[in-house]
Design a protein around this ligand. Structure first.
Ligand code: AKG
Ligand code: FE2
Length: 363
């Protein structure tokens, strides 16, 4: 039985109602979803100075940084510099011109969330597992909840897959996810290599850190909310991974990133990826790159769907920056040395609270 060889799950999340079902016909947000205390002030913007996350052109990036032995800067290196400064100052960027086709995966994910509840529940999160249709990081019965549902899947390494769940996904969705992940994974690896070049690190060092790349994904569903001023679509958090590559499936916006003390809304460009640095890359770069806090607001303007692909180092890897980023000519080591497995076990053991977990890793 394939599932018998799965390595142990990293945590569990208490079962919660499917918000999509609960929300049908509801006029009032139930108390457990009322989050008035989590509604930070809206962005403080002044006309033209409205900030937005940087935009990086993948074709420009592919042409950049090819010859690290040359000291001449080509016009394409501008894109690499833009990438570097986006990861330092924002930890978030939009990636355009990437060549990955998104149509099919978007259509199939939308179709999944339109299925009758009995069909969706076939892939329900089993108790004691994080994979499947449910929620993550629900640790206590008192904890306030997000106005969203998700399907979480680990796809690589193969022994961490929950075959039982994968096989119960509608076949057309499974095939679309397979096609999409093979394309987005290639892009993810290329991006990690470009990040290494931007950091002045040997590409080999980044490759060694990520190894065969641990890969997971989340299909996020945020139902329309009758009282959006009371609820939160997705709690403020930083991603406990290496790198996240996300697509917004439909037209409903809602993602906000914390920048300069403000919550800045993200308006995805057509077919763009939204990419962000995760906690493990912040630690591996000794804080040079920033794992930015982000959240999803609730809205009454309709449902919102997104698909996040996560890239991380393997569980047994210790998160330690390469010598090129730590003293004597660089800052001293800023984060505790910890294995990925221990990092993740801690991450999934407490309710999410902004950047508090990565902050607790600081020396
Ligand atoms: O739905 C979004 O735009 C953000 C989702 C997210 O932050 C996540 O899945 O980690
Ligand atoms: Fe996230």
């Amino acid at each position: 039985m394939a599932s018998a060889i799965r390595v142990s799950s990293l945590g569990r999340s208490l079962p919660v109602p499917v918000v999509q079902e609960m929300a049908r016909g509801l006029c009032v947000v139930p108390p457990r979803y009322q989050r008035k205390d989590d509604q930070d002030p809206p962005i403080d913007f002044h006309g033209d100075s409205f900030p937005s996350i940087p935009v990086i052109d993948m074709q420009g990036l592919l042409l950049s940084g090819g010859d690290s032995s040359s000291s001449t800067t080509t016009e394409y290196d501008i894109e690499l510099n833009k990438l570097d400064s986006a990861c330092k100052n924002w930890g978030f960027f939009q990636l355009v011109n990437h060549g990955v086709s998104l149509e099919r995966v978007k259509g199939e994910v939308e179709k999944f969330f339109k299925l009758p509840i009995e069909e969706r529940e076939k892939v329900k999160q089993p108790s004691g597992d994080l994979q499947g249709y449910g929620q993550a990081l629900v640790i206590t019965h008192e904890q306030k909840l997000d106005w969203s549902d998700m399907v979480f899947l680990v796809t690589h390494p193969e022994q961490e897959r929950n075959q039982n769940i994968l096989q119960k996904l509608p076949i057309s969705l499974r095939e679309a996810l397979e096609e999409y992940t093979s394309e987005v994974d290639e892009l993810g690896v290329t991006l990690l290599e470009k990040l290494a070049t931007a950091l002045g690190m040997e590409v080999r060092v980044m490759r060694d850190f990520f190894g065969h790349v641990h890969r997971g994904m989340r299909l996020n569903y945020y139902p329309s909310c009758p009282q959006p001023e009371l609820a939160v679509g997705g709690s403020a958090h930083s991603d406990g991974v290496g790198l996240t590559v996300l697509i917004q499936v439909n037209e409903t916006d809602g993602l906000q990133v914390k920048h300069g003390g403000n919550w800045v809304p993200v308006k995805p460009l057509p077919d763009a990826f939204i990419v962000n640095i995760g906690d493990m890359l912040e630690m591996f770069t000794n804080g040079v790159y920033h794992s930015c806090e982000h959240r999803v607001r609730a809205t009454s303007e309709g449902e919102r769907i997104s698909v996040a692909r996560f890239f991380s180092p393997p569980r047994e890897r210790e998160i330690v920056p390469p010598s090129s980023l730590v003293g004597p000519k660089n800052p001293p080591l800023k984060y505790k040395k910890i294995e990925v497995e221990a990092f993740l076990t801690g991450f999934f053991a407490s309710p999410v609270k902004g950047r508090s977990y990565i902050e607790s890793m600081k020396i």
